[in-house]
Design a binder for this molecule. Structure first.
Ligand code: SF4
Length: 217
């Protein structure tokens, strides 16, 4: 009769131990699941400042675009173009200068640099012209289709390179032309119909052009 309470207490102890074990297993945190949850939280925390930085950068860019660019000072030629009409520029004259002679000299100088052109300041030096007169002359020649002007930056200043458009005709190049001694030169006309004399169907002029072009090669 005395052994019975001992058996019951053993069973109670066992049950208590099992319950404790169950409780402990339930209360312990699952380490793997916790780690999985931790990652996205960290990512979210980092994502916010990056987005803010991007936004700040795009705002800064937008502000830069709106800022007005510094104004580039006008060249003397641009100021003259603002002041005068095309017709006035075409007829510019320089005081006490023979404009036809001056035009021929500019064309002769530029013909020496037909491929690359020449800085206008170098041309004016050779002709002993002031910048003001030179600028007027270059605008006159450009409006007459004799030269083109290319705006370039030279030693931090805007200037122009002048390029010849119409090569001057030298006396040497026409001294053997058949027209100079042609007996029918007075009747010769480009609108004439064969057999009336015309350069369009003249064998003499055709031969002369072929010979001259071979000489230049
Ligand atoms: S084009 Fe011929 S025909 Fe006319 S003037 Fe010259 S050489 Fe004479």
């Amino acid at each position: 009769m005395k052994k019975k309470p001992i058996k019951e207490s053993d069973e109670i102890k066992k049950e208590l131990a099992e319950l404790r074990a169950q409780l402990e297993s339930q209360s312990k945190p699952k380490p793997k699941a916790a780690k999985k949850e931790a990652k996205p939280k960290a990512a979210k925390k980092e994502a916010k400042p990056k987005a803010a930085k991007k936004e700040a950068k795009s705002k800064a860019k937008a502000i830069k675009k709106v800022e007005p660019e510094p104004e580039i000072p006008k060249t003397m030629e641009e100021e003259l173009e603002d002041q005068y009409s095309d017709e006035e520029l075409r007829n510019f004259r320089i005081e006490k200068k023979d404009m036809e002679q001056l035009t021929n000299r500019v064309c002769e100088i530029l013909a020496e640099h037909a491929e690359d052109g020449m800085l206008q300041s170098d041309v004016w030096k050779r002709l002993k012209l002031t910048n003001r007169d030179g600028s007027r002359l270059s605008l006159r020649l450009e409006r007459r289709g004799m030269i083109t002007r290319e705006k370039i930056l030279q030693n931090g200043r805007w200037t122009y390179r002048l390029i010849i458009e119409q090569m001057p005709i030298s006396l040497e190049s026409i001294q053997n032309a058949p027209c100079l001694t042609c007996p029918v030169e007075q009747k010769c006309n480009v609108d004439n119909v064969y057999p009336e004399p015309s350069p369009k169907h003249c064998e003499l002029i055709e031969e002369w052009v072929i010979i001259e072009s071979k000489k230049k090669k």
